[in-house]
Ligand binder design. Structure first.
Ligand code: ISE
Length: 334
């Protein structure tokens, strides 16, 4: 008997995750789906033999659902996570955990009072083999104490309706999480720096944005966030330590030599670049559920990302560094 999963949100990432839970993760099966638009839910239900529910809440409360995957629009995540917590069900939530830090604080309160973790956050980069190797090298003291990180997040395009804030809440949120995870530190203050704007932007949002974080021990992280018009979907990360540096490798691709030049292909989309990491993320989720011990990113990590996003957006408006102020960490996240 497999873990019976209900999926809320059957858009592009929801569909990919349903496919994974069905064909990649042996411990799970998708039995229930919901989407606020009926067509994608019906299609997924038919293809994977699941039942369509009339609301996300009904799906979460259903007896046939053991665990919930939330891949719906960002503004709906918090209420669904709260409902799953109240029903004492395991939940996987795509980023962001909520639109405000206050909503996350409520979740933390409930989860901590229940005494064990129920939520795993969708920060897939923690499962990317390159980042995993970098983390191990840091932990093994191979470059000494990390002092700073230089990073870049470059996109070719965005879907219609993209807004300036999304560069933080949907895009740089990956660097907010992965830098905290690599350095194993919380942030002290963050800032958005103004930079000359690219003409390769298909809307009226700010692009690029230069984002910086300072950790409590004084390490600095800079992130170039290009949300449109870049030459590829390209993710760069270099950790600078006292005794050396670590560079995130590109995924394997053949090195081509022709026309008097040497080249290798880059990814065009996040799905192409990070597919394998999502597989490993869900394998980890299923194991965590079976052992009643979730190991991936937690509600606390989702909260940290929201607090940091809020401070960055404030800084973009104020033009100054802004403090990242968090509540005390409950024991279940330590
Ligand atoms: C998307 O939500 C992601 O997760 C990608 O990593 C990011 O590059 C993209 O711009 C976002 O829309």
């Amino acid at each position: 008997n497999k873990i019976q999963v209900g999926v809320i949100g059957c858009g592009s990432i929801g569909r990919e995750h349903i496919e994974r839970l069905t064909n990649v993760v042996p411990e799970t099966e998708v039995v229930a789906v919901y989407d606020y638009v009926s067509e994608p839910a019906e299609t997924a239900a038919q293809q994977y033999g699941a039942t369509v529910y009339e609301s996300g809440e009904a799906l979460i409360r259903s007896d046939e659902v053991d665990a919930v995957l939330i891949a719906s629009t960002d503004d709906t995540h918090a209420a669904y996570v709260m409902e799953a917590l109240k029903q004492n069900k395991y939940v996987f939530c795509e980023k962001p955990l909520a639109l405000s830090a206050e909503e996350c604080e409520k979740m933390i309160e409930i989860e901590a009072s229940q005494g064990h973790r129920l939520v795993q956050m969708g920060f897939n980069r923690r499962y990317d083999s390159g980042y995993v190797e970098m983390k191990e090298a840091i932990q093994n003291n191979e470059i000494g104490e990390p002092l700073m990180i230089h990073s870049a997040h470059r996109n070719i395009s965005q879907s219609p309706g993209f807004k300036t804030d999304y560069a933080i809440t949907r895009v740089a949120i990956h660097e907010i999480d992965i830098s905290r995870w690599l350095l194993d530190e919380e942030y002290d203050e963050v800032q958005v720096l103004k930079v000359k704007q690219s003409k390769q932007t298909s809307g009226d949002w700010l692009n690029p944005q230069l984002v910086t974080f300072k950790t409590l021990s004084g390490q600095r992280v800079d992130v170039e966030v290009q949300t449109d018009g870049a030459y590829a979907y390209d993710i760069r990360c270099q950790v600078v330590g006292e005794n050396g540096t670590l560079d995130l490798p590109d995924p394997a691709s053949v090195v081509k030599r022709n026309n008097q030049s040497v080249s290798n292909e880059l990814a065009t989309t996040w799905a192409g670049r990070f597919g394998k990491s999502y597989d490993d993320e869900f394998l980890c989720w299923a194991k965590g559920i079976l052992n009643d011990q979730l190991m991936g990113a937690s509600t606390w990590d989702g909260y940290a990302a929201c607090v940091t996003s809020d401070a960055l957006i404030k800084s973009r408006d104020s033009g100054k560094p802004e403090k990242v102020t968090m509540i005390e960490q409950p024991d279940i996240y330590k």
